[in-house]
Design a protein around this ligand. Structure first.
Ligand code: GDP
Ligand code: MG
Length: 293
């Protein structure tokens, strides 16, 4: 007899920088989510789907849980909230050495969906006492299972899928089986540029930059992409562009290389810089940038 089809939403949540996006990419086998050593790299809910004949898992990568300081943060935390409401299973990610944080973890004590707790970055301390970690977290949270993993090295990541499938309901697929994500090609083009801003600049620049895709022309042999990088103040424009345009050129080159890999096609990328004053605080601008309904 054929097995009943399973499908469900699996939300990847946790503090900033614990490795949620690295994990999501590994689970779906594609670089859908951008990654950087800085907190708050992910600003959206990004779905990544894993499809087989027997199941459809719809993973959601989410921004790290934080205390909102800007209207942008409020929008980000709303993505987390909705992802938790939708979840059939929650993948709560903590990093090795992290302690229970009331402001972040308390909410998971009374959540309806089953929780798989992933203790990530165990590659950092190979000799660590995993039993002790499991013991500590099993007392703090009602997790169905606690798995030590390394999203970066891949260690024990294989144990996640069977644990998830046990918890997923029997359900027909939610999306066409050849879908990989809910996001558009334009979105990924913008995210790839944003990742390069996160990895090439320090201090406020990554947080003050938003990327808009003005033009996305898929021609036979080449993708022509025109992007605008928005910063909050005039002074940031100069920093982003750099001496003689060198800094922005580096961002453009790195982004183009990744885009060619991602889209499997030659890319021509043109970038411009503009000021969108205080965009992180302004609902109107956030709406334009796609953060609000
Ligand atoms: P997110 O903010 O939770 O989405 O975290 P990211 O996936 O962006 O990762 C944040 C940082 O942690 C990046 O520098 C990653 O390379 C790093 N990282 C993620 N997973 C691991 C892991 O398993 N081990 C180690 N050592 N670093 C990791
Ligand atoms: Mg992330």
């Amino acid at each position: 007899m054929k097995k009943a089809h399973k499908a469900g939403f699996v939300s990847i949540v946790g503090k900033p920088n614990v490795g949620k996006s690295t994990l999501m990419n590994r689970l779906v086998g594609e670089n859908l989510s951008i990654i950087s050593p800085k907190a708050q790299t992910t600003r959206h809910r990004i779905m990544g789907m894993l499809n087989t004949d027997d199941y459809q898992i719809v993973y959601s990568d989410t921004p790290g849980i934080l205390e909102p300081r800007y209207a942008l943060h409020e929008a980000m935390m709303n993505y987390v909230k909705v992802s938790l409401q939708d979840a059939d299973v929650i993948l709560l990610v903590i990093e090795y050495g992290e302690k229970f944080d009331q402001a972040v973890h308390e909410r998971f004590k009374s959540i309806a969906a089953p929780i798989l707790l992933l203790v990530n970055k165990v590659d950092k301390l190979p000799g660590a006492d995993r039993h002790e970690i499991t013991e500590y977290w099993s007392q703090g949270l009602p997790a169905i299972k606690i798995l030590p993993v390394s999203a970066m090295s891949g260690e024990n990541v294989d144990a996640i899928l069977p644990a998830l499938l046990d918890l997923l309901p029997v359900h027909p697929p939610y999306f066409p089986k050849d879908d990989l994500t809910n996001r558009s090609e334009r979105f990924f083009a913008a995210e790839i540029i944003r990742e390069k801003v996160f990895t090439n600049y320090s201090q406020e620049i990554p947080y003050s930059t938003e990327v808009g895709i003005e033009d996305f022309k898929d021609e036979e042999k080449i993708l022509r992409i025109r992007a605008t990088l928005f910063v909050e103040r005039d002074s940031q424009k100069g920093i982003l562009i750099g001496k003689g345009g060198a800094a922005l050129k580096k961002v453009g080159t790195e982004a183009r290389t990744d885009m060619e890999q991602f889209f499997g096609k030659k890319v021509f990328l043109e970038t411009h810089v503009k000021v969108a004053a205080d965009w992180r605080k302004q609902k109107e601008k956030l709406r334009l940038f796609g953060y609000l309904e």
